[in-house]
Design a protein around this ligand. Structure first.
Ligand SMILES: C[S@@+](CC[C@H](N)C(=O)[O-])C[C@H]1O[C@@H](n2cnc3c(N)ncnc32)[C@H](O)[C@@H]1O
Length: 465
């Protein structure tokens, strides 16, 4: 499928990646190794500072024995030079990665190799196609260096500033399946991945397997349509203004994607309400988030079997007070959404709700920490909360890790509450499978599929409250 992508100029965005032919949801788009990558310690310490990539990038680009890296980076930096318009194809990228400074013992797992093979199998073209263009977002600070043979430190800094990618973990389930030790944080530069532009409602998902960057479509994409990824992590769950501020500051562009447009066209009153809700959720209950997380860790570490009981003995009344506040917020927001329901499609409502995703997630956490009524009732309530969160993620964040985790949680609750053979459990299993299909594709061997599902179930236990 990699051969089906074209690099072209996108109005107001510099270059971008478009589909040459139609692409189906869950198709693999890219699996590429980095030009450079640095591993950090496992979370919570986070990924190394991207600035540390600059000297490594200069060194990799100027290494005599691997001119392809220099070509890829120079292309990325300065697409205006006709002599360098030919982007190395995926095979070249794979080969050059063998020589790159980023070799890793963990990168030879069978899952990763499988992914690479599936790329190569589909790559029937001789390389990417792209059109000549004369402006480029990365090179604003200076024209192409006359001595184009060497990538300068200044050029490398610009490349890193706009193109580096960092993550606290590689894909946790894939790491577990391939037997990797504790997954590490990463910061690196993947030249082909860096050609994808951003959307707050992306049609592709991306993640690391070892050092390989995997990109997969999560929507059906028509020929000629742009393929987009989200540059925002958790910050994607914020209103348009907040997202745009981050994108402007970090990447220097004003986002005008479909989600931003939808929000800016929503009735003014509703926009204000979304903003107010977001502020209240993000400001006031920040302590609550911490409190909930602290509670979570405490309970998971030594009191897991008596999870709900233990929480009751700690700060139940405090949590209940916050829960009540959250419920009030949710009530008003839902009334406002209801008021404008006639002009909003189902998915528009979900897109708008994504701006205050934290509200819904905190309600879910409260529900899980503070059971109300009898066990069945509280499970019902939790099931409804999970369903709501999942619907939002299924709309704006398809194939994301959180999407897979919540689908796993929904399945667990449905099985618990209604039994493994119930219609609800079956529907939830279908959602879990679908989230997996988006993230890992539809052509996985059944055994690998089962192992990934089990690993994601475990990871959801550990990482989701
Ligand atoms: C990783 S690069 C993406 C490829 C880039 N367009 C190019 O020509 O090399 C990130 C840069 O692309 C541009 N960009 C990405 N997404 C955009 C969007 N939705 N709207 C406008 N510019 C965007 C910004 O200049 C950003 O700093």
């Amino acid at each position: 499928m990699v051969g089906e992508l074209i690099c072209a100029m996108m109005e107001g965005k510099g270059r971008g990646v478009i589909a040459r032919h139609s692409i189906a949801a869950s198709d693999l788009l890219l699996c590429a190794r980095p030009a450079v990558v640095l591993e950090g310690p496992p979370d919570p310490e986070g990924a190394p500072d991207a600035a540390r990539l600059v000297p490594a990038l200069v060194q990799a680009a100027n290494a005599q024995d691997v001119p392809q890296i220099r070509a890829a980076l120079q292309y990325l930096y300065d697409g205006t030079d006709a002599s360098r318009l030919q982007l190395p194809d995926i095979r070249t990228m794979m080969n050059l990665a063998k020589h790159s400074s980023s070799s890793s013992s963990s990168s030879s797992s069978s899952l990763q190799e499988g992914l690479q093979e599936s790329c190569c199998d589909h790559d029937h073209s001789s390389g990417h196609h792209h059109h000549h263009h004369d402006s480029h977002s990365h090179s604003a600070a200076e024209p192409a260096a006359a001595d184009a043979d060497k990538l300068t430190e200044q050029q490398a800094s610009l490349l890193v500033k706009y193109n580096a990618f960092a993550d606290d973990y590689e894909d946790l389930a894939a790491a577990a399946v391939r037997g990797a030790a504790m997954p590490h944080s990463h910061v690196g530069l993947w030249p082909q991945f860096a050609l994808f532009n951003h959307s707050c409602l992306p049609n592709s998902v991306h993640y690391l397997v070892g050092h390989a960057m995997v990109v997969r479509a999560v929507e059906d994409v028509a020929a000629g349509e742009e393929l987009t990824v989200s540059y925002l992590g958790r910050e994607e769950f914020a209103p348009a203004g907040a997202r745009q501020a981050v994108l402007q500051e970090r990447y220097g562009f004003a986002c005008g994607c479909a989600r931003c447009q939808l929000e800016s066209q929503a009735p003014r009153q509703l926009q204000q309400q979304l903003l107010d809700t977001y502020r209240q959720v993000m400001q006031a209950p920040r302590q609550l988030q911490q409190q909930l997380l602290d509670t979570y860790w405490q309970v998971m570490q030594d009191l897991k079997p008596r999870f709900l009981e233990a929480v009751e003995h700690q700060d139940q009344s405090n949590l209940a007070a916050v829960q009540a506040q959250l419920q009030t917020l949710e009530h008003f927001l839902s009334a406002a959404l209801q008021q404008h329901r006639a002009v909003l499609s189902d998915s528009a409502v979900l897109v708008l709700q994504a701006a205050v995703y934290d509200l819904y997630e905190l309600l879910l956490f409260c529900e899980q920490l503070l059971p109300q009524g009898n066990e069945a009732e509280s499970k019902h309530a939790a099931l409804a909360c999970i369903g709501r969160c999942l619907a939002i993620l299924n709309c704006v964040s398809k194939g994301a890790e959180l999407h897979v985790f919540l689908a796993s949680r929904l399945l667990q609750h449905a099985v618990d509450l209604r039994g493994p053979d119930s219609a609800q459990a079956e529907a939830a299993a279908q959602l879990f499978l679908e989230a997996h299909r988006m993230r890992y594709g539809s052509q996985l061997e059944q055994q690998v599929q089962l192992e990934l599902m089990e690993a994601n179930k475990q990871a959801a236990e550990e990482f989701l409250m």
